[in-house]
Design a protein around this ligand. Structure first.
Ligand SMILES: C[S@@+](CC[C@H](N)C(=O)[O-])C[C@H]1O[C@@H](n2cnc3c(N)ncnc32)[C@H](O)[C@@H]1O
Length: 262
């Protein structure tokens, strides 16, 4: 049993809000699609597809897109964004596809939410055609992420985790070589790594808040500390990046990706 039930509920809150935040990840999506040569006719699985931004980009290259996600509201949103695609609700580590179904298995900012990330990667290898490619991305190390100011502020507003809590957080798999080692554990041979900068810009704090509340981790925190405490913490996290006109820009967020041959 994976994390889909819990995660699906957290990510379902605001598909429209999340979709706008998700579009800010476009540079890492394009880098991943380039690195795996996604082109006309490529059968691609967008695992943890969210609202379907990467699926839209893959479809624009002529790929045959299949997407899965834990959140049914996001799956519905993605289906509308890519009418020619096939989208369903599923757990990332228990995929309902036969072996060798895809040339490319693509998971942007998703494996860290699996109950067992190695089990998810093994599933990616299973459904990927031999000689095909598996690509996953994450936030890179905190030094390259301006947005860590927001993560630090919200962490500071939360009660300390129980002593036996599983290590987590946005950078849990971002350390040097960590994702590569998980690929190796799953039997995937890493052939390429790379990164792409995704600046996050918001017109004002209200807009930033609207986009933020679609994110599952913030929904989880809201259940613990309440909406006003979370909003205040996010506002504090934005302070150093807020301009005189009220707009907010986090110019540097280096996402990393790892590619393997299946
Ligand atoms: C950070 S969002 C990533 C969305 C999009 N791929 C992107 O890069 O912006 C994480 C996504 O993973 C999905 N997710 C989390 N746990 C999952 C699981 N166990 N199985 C399938 N999807 C899951 C969430 O519903 C959410 O849409």
């Amino acid at each position: 049993m994976g994390s889909a039930k819990v995660q699906g509920a957290l990510w379902n809150h605001s598909p429209t809000g999340w979709s706008i935040q998700e579009r800010l990840h476009t540079p890492i999506f394009e880098a991943m699609l380039d690195a795996t040569d996604v082109t006309s006719g490529t059968r691609i699985l967008d695992a943890g597809c969210g609202s379907g931004t990467a699926s839209v980009l893959a479809a624009a290259r002529g790929a045959k897109v299949t997407g899965i996600d834990a959140a049914d509201g996001l799956v519905t949103f993605a289906s509308k964004a890519v009418p020619a695609g096939t989208f369903s609700v599923s757990d990332i580590q228990e995929l309902n596809f036969p072996n060798d179904s895809f040339e490319v298995v693509f998971a942007a900012n998703a494996v860290q939410y699996a109950e067992d990330s190695v089990a998810a990667l093994r599933e990616f290898k299973r459904v990927c055609r031999k000689g095909g490619m598996v690509v996953c991305s994450l936030f890179g190390p905190p030094e390259g992420i301006d947005y860590k100011a927001v993560f630090a502020a919200v962490k500071g507003a939360m009660p300390p985790p129980p002593a036996d809590a599983k290590p987590g957080g946005p950078f849990a798999l971002s350390g040097s070589g960590v994702l590569e080692r998980l690929f190796t554990k799953a039997g995937l041979d890493v052939v390429k790594t790379g990164k792409a900068n995704c600046p996050f810009s918001y017109e004002n704090f209200d807009q930033k808040w609207e986009y933020s509340v679609g994110a599952g981790p913030f929904q989880g925190m809201m259940k613990v500390i309440g909406e006003s405490a979370l909003k205040e913490a996010i506002r504090q996290g934005c302070e150093g990046y807020t301009k005189e006109d009220g707009s907010i820009v986090f110019p540097t967020n280096e996402f990393i990706y790892v590619v393997a041959k299946a």
